[in-house]
Design a protein around this ligand. Sequence first.
Ligand code: PLP
Length: 423
Amino acid sequence: MFALNLVGNMSVTSATMDKVTFDVKRVRADFPILSRKIGKNPLTYLDNGASSQKPSIVIETIASYYRDHHANIHRGVHRLSEEATTAYEKSREQVARFLNAKEARECVFTRNTTESINLVASSWGAANLREGDEIVLSEMEHHANIVPWQLIAERTGAVIRVVPVTPEGTLRMDVFHALLSPKTRLVAITHVSNSLGTINPVREIIDAAHKAGALVLLDGAQSSAHFPIDVQALDADFFVFSSHKVCGPTGMGILYGKADILNAMPPYQSGGDMIRVVDFAGTTFREIPERFEAGTPHIAGAIALGVALDYVKALQPGAHAHEQELLRYATERLSAIPGLRIIGTAPEKVSVISFLLGSVHPLDVGTMLDADGIAVRTGHHCTMPLMKALGITGTVRASFAFYNTLEEVNRLAASLEQIRKMF
Ligand code: PLP
């Protein structure tokens, strides 16, 4: 029996738990790193928006793959190559189930969200954008969903239009609707803001964009870790996310695209594995998804991603409910600290709290929290236009995952109280 399948089918200790009463203690036991100490303090990991930690099942899958099954995929007729290929393609099906994609071939393996967006901008953008065409972005986009569009706009003569944000950190939907016109070819918008936690009204955005004749790319880098995704119900044309933020390994990403749209797109990178016939007289390319997977991929990463997604999916809906409780409690505790200002107060948020503590520089707050074993992110969070719109240069961001606890919120609040007193 193929040991990788055993790991995959072993499923998760926690996955069999009651889905509504979420047993955070039991879930934490799946993550070896969470029992680490930072100096004398227990690790309080609140930097999940940057990258999540990995459960044993993901770590074991990678080790098992390299220990017992590694060979290159799609090429060999030998046993190991067949095993690796089967596991790699099984992962594509797991990704499709995670996103509720109609077909596995609509899920392309990339390196990360950034590469997925670059792929669409370079391939779809170069083939479809003309001078004067418009791409609609928002002020709250991560740089990864701004810069690739700027580059392709420069090459094609397309124009970027930007939806502003309100002081609370929501999109100005009145402006969004007013920006749509027959010139709009693409709306590229984040599902959830990484800096503020705002959940955007993407159904409304997609419906309106489609009515205007535009496609929609959803940046799911932050949403995919926090609640179930259904690309068919959303009717998203493209949906992109990174493995490392959803308990999977680094170096893996996903580009979901509707089959007819992907099939009409030219190759992004070229080389081995994506071709049908190579001849100096002319080369022909394979269908999707292989057309977009040139060269030897991150095989172990893909296989472990599939396992990670099954793990995360099995924890819902309890995980989401638990995160919302963390958000509610952390908002209450942090709001009670004199001088602390929460940045981003949208009614619909995932478990992310950005804040400023009086006039203390976010970097100082982050450094002092680290001394207490608390990991947060500080700075502009790769959203410089958003910081500019809000009139600040950066924030401290505590981003919670389903394995965080109310006790960790207490630790964060106590540490911030101490910092406030010192300053
Ligand atoms: N988009 C959003 C909303 C993000 O939060 C991030 C990373 O923080 C990215 C894109 C880029 O992700 P990656 O660095 O994994 O490509």
